[in-house]
Design a binder for this molecule. Structure first.
Ligand code: ARG
Length: 582
């Protein structure tokens, strides 16, 4: 995407090239000192070093070339040779009035983004919540930036918890046909367990395995038999999967998070034997203490990187094995340029091992493999947040908590109080979710933060609700304008407040690029917060719906419309919806 800074960079690069200097030095960026200039180019300093001349003299030569360009209102040398640049108000107004560009199709690169990653039957925890919120934002951002994106929830559905569930059901004797070795099928269509049953079965199974080594052994055996293909176990597994998938689609859906693929560890099971065969045949996988391992240590390692365990000594495969097979699957299905894993930073070593093994074996095709970790959301006790005493974190509970807090806030602020109850409830829900998401996304992803609904739901400060309210306010200005029959026209830039707002609007492409480069939603949060503040100042300093000057009024209504569209777009990238009114 190209924004104003990119357009100015192209001009400065041409000026450097015309002086026989490296073009790259013509990079223009938003000024560090917006009080002194709108943009700056610092390339004259390194250029002077290269050309062994005085940087100010060189900057003067570049500046002289730039002054010939009509877009600049001011080109000035500052300090040892920085070039400060201001754009004319006319050029700003003209650019902000243009329809936004959208990503160029045809040149699209492909991305597979792996996020969410809940485990069947095992309780969801804050790591899964953060992964969903951050991953969803990144999938929206990459799509908006023109990538061809496939998201995959990558369910944890192949591990020990499956065997634990199976053996717990066997103990309870509630579904004997699945354990009857003589039974020839077909197995019942109807699942013998509901989502609620699973939530109850797993803790019981896990407690039994902790208390009794024999039970753990049974669960291990059941896991191995499941993976080996025992029909009754596979049939049970399909029920667990279907029941969980339905529940999870709904839970994530209530948060506004969707996935293209609902695959999981188990879905790549058929790819595992050929993978193991291939790695063994090539001598990449070797036997060690009854297990099959891939050495992934590299000479430059500062910390020890232990080998990846492909097959455990009991014959079961590992988390790393399914992750490797999943790479094989993704390369076969999507042949992506990039695979992103949005997973808790504590799994960094796991991904390092998997990526090294994948590259060593050359199974990653053209895909760059990248783990983008995140820190935890803590409770006030400093430990990872839980909604119930030590229990299951349900997204529904979390959303309900946030909605209740948002409802309280709306009442305090006197917002949406006299609306029909259904609309009011919908607003509270949207505000609650915005509060959760913005609080999560506005921190740099690797930083831990404390779950504090009271703060997240405030209508002032850097919060989701503040931004929603800013958008709603513009919506209501525009509604009033329509009611009055006032027209919108192309914006004009005359005042400092308008200039600052327009510059911020024009900086969106750079913000989206930077957020993509760093895989950092907080860049978008910063951007949209500043945008709201700049609009606020513009609104405070100008009459928008003034009756006297129709032309000026139309231009300002136009600017409101563009601001609203941009706010809506960026909040949309964050997964935040804007209520029609508040
Ligand atoms: N199910 C895993 C967990 O709960 C997360 C999966 C992340 N994705 C992956 N490809 N390993 O920790």
């Amino acid at each position: 995407m190209t924004g104003l800074a990119a357009e100015l960079s192209a001009l400065a690069k041409a000026a450097f090239a015309a002086e026989g200097l490296p073009e790259a030095l013509g990079q223009v960026q938003a000024s560090d000192r917006p009080d002194l200039a709108q943009f700056q180019c610092n390339g004259a300093l390194p250029a002077a070093k290269l050309a062994k001349t005085n940087p100010r003299v060189l900057a003067e030569r570049i500046a002289a070339r730039l002054k010939a360009q009509a877009i600049f209102a001011r080109v000035e040398i500052a300090g040892p040779g920085f070039i400060n640049l201001d754009v004319t108000d006319g050029a700003l107004a003209e650019r902000v009035g243009r329809a936004p560009e959208t990503g160029a199709p045809g040149t699209a690169k492909t991305l597979v983004i792996d996020f969410g990653g809940p485990n069947i039957a095992k309780p969801m925890h804050v790591g899964h919540l953060r992964s969903a919120i951050i991953g969803d934002c990144l999938q929206r951002l990459f799509r908006a930036n023109g990538w061809q994106v496939t998201s995959d929830v990558h369910l944890g559905d192949w591990g020990l918890q499956m065997g634990q569930l199976i053996s717990e059901i066997e103990h309870r004797g509630t579904a004997p046909v699945y354990f009857d070795a003589a039974f020839k099928g077909p197995y019942p269509e109807q699942s013998p367990v509901t989502m609620e049953d699973l939530e109850d079965l797993y803790p019981a199974a896990s407690a039994a395995c902790k208390a009794d080594p024999a039970r753990l052994e049974e669960a291990r055996r059941a896991t191995a038999e499941l993976q080996a293909g025992r029909p009754g176990y596979r049939a049970l597994w399909r029920h667990f999967f279907a029941v969980s998938e339905r529940g999870l689609v709904r839970e994530y859906g209530s948060l506004g998070v969707t996935f293209d693929l609902w695959k999981g560890e188990a879905s790549v099971d058929p790819l595992i034997p050929p993978l193991i065969h291939d790695l063994t045949a090539r001598g990449l996988a070797v036997e060690s203490d009854g297990a099959l391992i891939v050495a992934v240590a590299e000479p430059g390692d500062k910390k020890e990187v232990p080998p990846l365990i492909l097959v455990k000594s009991d014959g079961a495969v590992n988390y790393a094995t399914t992750d490797l097979a999943t790479i094989v699957d993704r390369v076969a299905e999507q042949d992506p340029d990039l695979i992103l894993y949005i997973v808790d930073q504590r799994q960094h070593l796991h991904f390092e091992q998997v990526f090294r093994a994948a590259r060593k074996a050359g199974i990653n095709g053209k895909a760059v493999l990248e783990h983008d970790g995140f820190g935890t959301m803590n409770g006030t006790d400093g430990k990872p947040f839980k909604t119930r005493e030590g229990g299951v974190m349900k997204l529904y509970d979390l959303i309900a908590m946030a909605t209740a807090e948002a409802d309280k806030r709306l009442a305090e602020q006197g917002l949406a109080n006299e609306y029909p109850p259904e609309e009011r409830a919908d607003i509270a829900r949207k505000v609650g979710i915005a509060a959760l998401k913005f609080a999560d996304l506005s921190n740099y992803r690797l930083t831990d933060y404390v779950f504090d609904l009271e703060r997240f739901t405030r209508f002032e400060g850097k919060t989701g609700p503040y931004l929603q309210y800013a958008a709603v306010r513009i919506q209501s200005i525009l509604r009033k304008a329509r009611e009055e029959g006032y027209m919108a026209a192309a914006p004009v830039v005359r005042s400092a407040a308008e200039r600052a707002l327009v510059l911020q609007l024009l900086a969106l492409p750079e913000a989206m690029d930077a957020a993509e480069d760093k895989r950092a939603p907080n860049v978008l949060c910063e951007y949209v917060f500043e945008l709201a503040q700049k609009f606020s100042r513009f609104y405070a300093e100008h009459h928008i719906l003034s009756k006297s000057d129709a032309e000026l009024r139309a231009a300002r209504i136009g600017l409101c419309g563009i601001t609203l569209a941009t706010l809506t777009r960026v909040l949309g990238l964050l997964g935040i919806e804007i209520p029609a009114r508040m």
